[in-house]
Design a protein around this ligand. Structure first.
Ligand SMILES: Cc1cc2nc3c(=O)[nH]c(=O)nc-3n(C[C@H](O)[C@H](O)[C@H](O)COP(=O)(O)O)c2cc1C
Length: 196
């Protein structure tokens, strides 16, 4: 199940209808959230200068990541396409508002990270809705979050959860791109589920 979901980094340049973008964004609003805190904050990034800043952020973070690879993996890492920032027609930065009091602190006393996990639930809902519409979504995490917050001029209390590229996929694939590239395999659940 969900084999069609895919992380997409290769986008066509044509626009996604605004009504579809609205449907995808609306999916965030019905996500579960700890204490009904709804801590997600979404920033649509359209301005060319800000997109350039995000692309530069990615380039530097990715160069650092490349340099940190062990010798035997470096060439393979360099060959991977790890973001579709230059091609995706829609960019969405997703944050968690760590300061907002909605939810009255219910559920976060012992595990404050639950607010951020709630935002991940919202991202996952957007991902699934996008893919059911045939729209591709790619999650970009190879970024310096402090720099991104400055470049997007977002509040200091918001922490970056995801930077999403959205657009029509160049092609549909049944298996992960990283698997096809020989980086990593899906290994299934057999060794990941314990009975106690
Ligand atoms: C939290 C998170 C962060 C990710 N960040 C990146 C990223 O920076 N670049 C990238 O190419 N893929 C990124 N991905 C996508 C994964 O590489 C992808 O989900 C994985 O290889 C499995 O492929 P699939 O999503 O197509 O099944 C991210 C996925 C998640 C869940």
């Amino acid at each position: 199940m969900f084999r069609w979901r895919r992380d997409v980094r290769r986008f066509r340049h044509d626009a996604v209808p605004e009504a579809m973008i609205e449907q995808i964004v609306a999916a965030a609003a019905s996500a579960p959230s700890v204490g009904l805190s709804e801590p997600w904050r979404l920033v649509r990034v359209d301005e060319a200068a800000r997109r350039d800043a995000v692309a530069a952020n990615f380039s530097e973070a990715n160069a650092d990541a490349l340099a940190a690879q062990p010798d035997e993996r470096r060439a393979l890492y360099a060959s991977l396409k790890l973001a579709g920032l230059r091609d995706a027609p829609v960019h969405l930065a997703v944050f968690c508002d760590d300061a907002d009091g909605q939810g009255g602190g219910l559920g976060v006393r012992t595990m404050p990270e639950m607010k951020r996990y709630s935002v991940v639930c919202a991202v996952m809902q957007m991902w699934l809705v996008a893919r059911t519409l045939g729209v591709g979504m790619g999650w970009v995490s190879i970024l310096d979050p402090a720099r991104l917050t400055r470049d997007l001029d977002t509040p200091d209390d918001w922490s970056l959860i995801a930077y999403l590229c959205i657009g029509w996929p160049e092609e549909d694939q049944a298996d992960p791109e990283l698997q096809r590239a020989g980086w990593e395999d899906r290994n299934g659940l057999a060794a990941r589920v314990l009975n106690r």
